[in-house]
Design a protein around this ligand. Sequence first.
Ligand code: PLP
Length: 427
Amino acid sequence: MNRNKSDALFEKASKLIPGGVNSPVRSGKSVGTTPLFIQSAQGAEIIDADSNRYIDFVGSWGPMIVGHNHMAVISAVESALKRGLSFGASIDLEIELAGMIADAVPSIEMVRMVNSGTEATMSALRVARAATGRDVVVKFDGCYHGHADTLLVSAGSGVATQGIPGSPGVPEDIIRKTLSLPYNDADAVHRIFDKFGRDIACVIVEPVAGNMGMVAPDTAFLETLREETRRHGSILIFDEVMSGFRVAYGGAQERYGVIPDMTCLGKIIGGGMPVGVYGGSAELMRHVAPEGNVYQAGTLAGNPLAMAAGIATLTLLNKDGVYESLEATATRLVEGLRNAASEAGIAVQAHSVGAMLGLFFTDTPVRDFETAKTSDLDRFAAYYRQMLENGIYLAPSQFEAVFVSTTHTADHIDQTVAAAKNVMKTL
Ligand code: PLP
């Protein structure tokens, strides 16, 4: 495949933007490639600057669950566009999206719209700390919750890909307030609450982890989080920025029947526009200014175009059979990848939850960050590069999830599996 135009653009970008990318996860450094520059996308397919066409399993890192350029989403945005780009004032669309989210997500009565997942988790922590009068935050190794200082401890996603344990620039004092435990380890949760329960403001978790590759939770682990936080008066925060509206319409909390105190959302609820949300019971959310005294604000929060794209996307998702069909697509892909690996005599762990999946090159069952890291990263890099050559666009890191959309057809999946069969034989 010729990538001359992408390469030339990357060279220019590298002089103006650190690493040539506006988010480190886009860099192909860990897999020995340079980023593609994108020209356009339609449905499940994405086209680069050199007019190469790929089947896209990144979906803008999750938001594009109804496919790229969906007519209903585009026309909703066009209608909003005609009213104006931004007013920094209240609009009807904010109420409509807030209502759809509150109807869908069991833990949410009230929401505050923000502009990114990072802002959502950062603000949820502030509410939790204010409501409890405590400082300590418990998180889990390999979970990524955006780049707020408190949460950049043993984070997954780009932090794991670049092999950065914490981050320079985050003060030691802040790191001391964050305790990071192994994912899916209920005993570790019991122990930490026995020891520090009275100081713990909140536990924040990806209820389906997607930032160390995709790792499914044990229901008992999520239930333990619910019990221990309740017993000790701590707030349980589900970071459903990735899993929200992806593993079920009501997110992981609907799927696993464990209801947190607060929920963070992003990605899908903005349909591809910048957005984030944090929400919970009215009692908790009334701490937020101007009703309460926890300060949080945003010039562009509740932006009309983002609200319109979100409403249109959720409307498309809230129809009979959508999640069954997404799940069937993900299952078909997982089974195909397992068969491809087994034909090639390669050990893999492949699994899906709803419309997201993970593939690890290891014979160790993957249930936390330690076991995710047993994946053969060189093998993943070779797999990534060759899949790209075969027209399959994956996230350039072992520690990211694979996303399917309603526009991935059986044909797209079968083409992907056929490519994987050829590629895996060479690994
Ligand atoms: N939380 C989770 C679970 C995420 O996956 C991400 C981003 O990938 C974030 C938070 C941060 O969201 P954003 O990149 O919109 O700041």
